[in-house]
Write a protein that binds this ligand. Sequence first.
Ligand code: MN
Ligand code: MN
Length: 287
Amino acid sequence: MEEFLYTYNGAGFELPTVGVEDAKLVIIGVPFDGTASYRPGSRFGPGLIRQASLNLESYVIDYDVDLAGVPLADAGDIAIVAGDARRTAERVRETVEDLKRINPDALPIILGGEHSMTLGAVEALRPASYVVFDAHLDLRDSYEDNPYSHACVARRIHELGIREAMFGIRSGTREEVDYAARNGVTWVHARNYSFDRFMEAVEDLPEPLYLSVDVDVFDVSLVPSTGTPEAGGLGFWDVVTAIEWLLGEKEIVGFDVMETAGSYLGDPTAVTAAKLLFYFMAAYASR
Ligand code: MN
Ligand code: MN
């Protein structure tokens, strides 16, 4: 199996895997939580999601797909630069670029780690549009003197000239709301979310798309251990249904599940994230 400059293998994934060069889907963990402002711990996210996958059937009932038969690689975790979101995101970018060089047909799946790491994947893949499920706008110019904070990731991505549509939003500053209005960033409040609104908002987005899920989009009851939990979020099927539709209708060049933190026992956060990951992979394989 090809090795990347910055990755190492930790806890194994509970599915049969192939080499990166033969994979359709390639998982890359990014155990970074250096700009966490409220609840740190997403550095454990990639391992927690792999661990939670132990309990999941590889057969996904909804699509009649057995993930054990899908060419899947786990490239391991990226060696982070402690406390430096910019340099760690650059390692994400270089790793995703490496992957596309080795296997141009592979779809990268990033497991976070905090949302700031999405920037590196987007820089590598250069989608025309960024579709994100998140409780937060993440459109701050800078947060705690750091323009590469998790709270700024959508702003940095928008500055690359990428169109944005956001779903499940219920938190932001007045400045972020103004920025979105001035710059044509579409967002749908969690309170007003529906599948019809989702389709309406993504219908005309230029392709290809990058799809990002900050798990705090879900109600806090599903994801208590995330960096910045928020009440009043979306349900599990809201997000799965939207992803299914996107995979059927649009070209997607990358996917991530970010901001999973927590512990192994008695914590639903990684269970939610792992199930979402399985749904994405099975829906992708069933197209
Ligand atoms: Mn968020
Ligand atoms: Mn976010």
